[in-house]
Design a protein around this ligand. Sequence first.
Ligand code: ADP
Ligand code: AMP
Length: 221
Amino acid sequence: MRAVLVGPPGAGKGTQAQILASDLSIPQVSTGDIFRANVSGGTELGKRAKEYMDRGDLVPDEVTNAMVKDRLSQDDTAGGFLLDGFPRNVPQAEKLGEMLADLKVDLDIVLELKVDEEEVVKRLSGRRSCSECGRAYHVEYDAPAVEGVCDTDGVALYQRQDDREDTIRHRLEVYRKQTAPLVDFYASQGLLSAISATGSVGEVTARAKAAIKEKASGADA
Ligand code: ADP
Ligand code: AMP
């Protein structure tokens, strides 16, 4: 299974990607997580990416595309992957097409998570993240067993720098202008499957699994 998750920031891409990737036994490739690991590790890549991330802008394509190309050339992605947060604009989608053509593989599905903007603002302003495993919690909707502590790793959760209301609004604008056109781009290739991302995490996972199953059976037919 080679899948892409598309949706506004806060739609639940990371939450669903982590569950689905584990269920399908394929790696989750989250460009946001890779950038954040580089920022906290103080690498050159992290230093380049940080200013864009803090503003809520996209990191330049040349940097992002090279990072994804490198990640998709690693052995663990040979049997499939779930891309979360990439591509984020049409030029990145075109570049992904070239990378996959070089690897002689195809995408199976682009899953769009649909949720309205006010819900997204509520989700992002209450998001708390684990720096160890990347899992996102929510202070109200998906709280850890012990407040402020990751259930899996026992480390303190943190609030992302870009989860402040002014930056959230800017990221939504970036989504509308740059990322939303991917919906038509992939629909025209017959790859798009859209599901509602409202309701509980479990309900959204069930819809995602049904959409993946439907695409897979359509491909066999
Ligand atoms: P994205 O990766 O799309 O930016 P996340 O997966 O990090 O989104 O989720 C954003 C926030 O919303 C997190 O705090 C997460 O716990 C919460 N969240 C995710 N899915 C749901 C859901 N179905 N209902 C309520 N809150 C959710
Ligand atoms: P995310 O974790 O997906 O919300 O991404 C956090 C931030 O990382 C974004 O606001 C961007 O600054 C950067 N980023 C993540 N993925 C990409 C991408 N595909 N292209 C450009 N920037 C990205």
